[in-house]
Design a protein around this ligand. Structure first.
Ligand SMILES: [Zn+2]
Length: 118
């Protein structure tokens, strides 16, 4: 019963991720299929941006002394975990990308961008 539930949930998650990947792909303007391949890209412009990042911070208590018999991993378990959000300087590069549709053979160009950390 529980195993079946885990399997169903896993399939659901995988399907959801596959859907995200699918809709993130470039769509062919002629046939509407998302089965296109990038042939080339030309850099058009770049822009200064800030990229937001997240970092986990583990807080350990002041009393690190272990009394008596304790499981080894217990010593390293943090009391509290917080998430710190911060930004790093980055660059957004715009491209004029040429695509080829694997379904109908149409070639077209779209504007795409890529974010990079400095
Ligand atoms: Zn097409």
């Amino acid at each position: 019963m529980t195993v079946l539930y885990i399997i169903i949930v896993s399939i659901g998650i995988i399907g959801f991720l596959a859907l995200i990947v699918y809709f993130d792909k470039v769509k062919c303007p002629k046939c509407g299929k998302r089965n296109c391949q990038e042939i080339s890209r030309i850099k058009t412009e770049s822009q200064e941006i800030s990229i937001s990042k997240k970092e986990k911070i583990k807080h350990y208590g002041k009393d690190q002394i272990i009394y008596g018999h304790v499981k080894p991993h217990h010593e390293y378990r943090p009391e509290n975990v917080t998430i710190r959000e911060y930004t790093v300087p980055g660059i957004r590069i715009f491209y004029n990308a040429n695509y080829f549709c694997k379904v109908c053979g149409e070639t077209f160009s779209v504007s795409v961008y890529e974010d990079k950390e400095k």
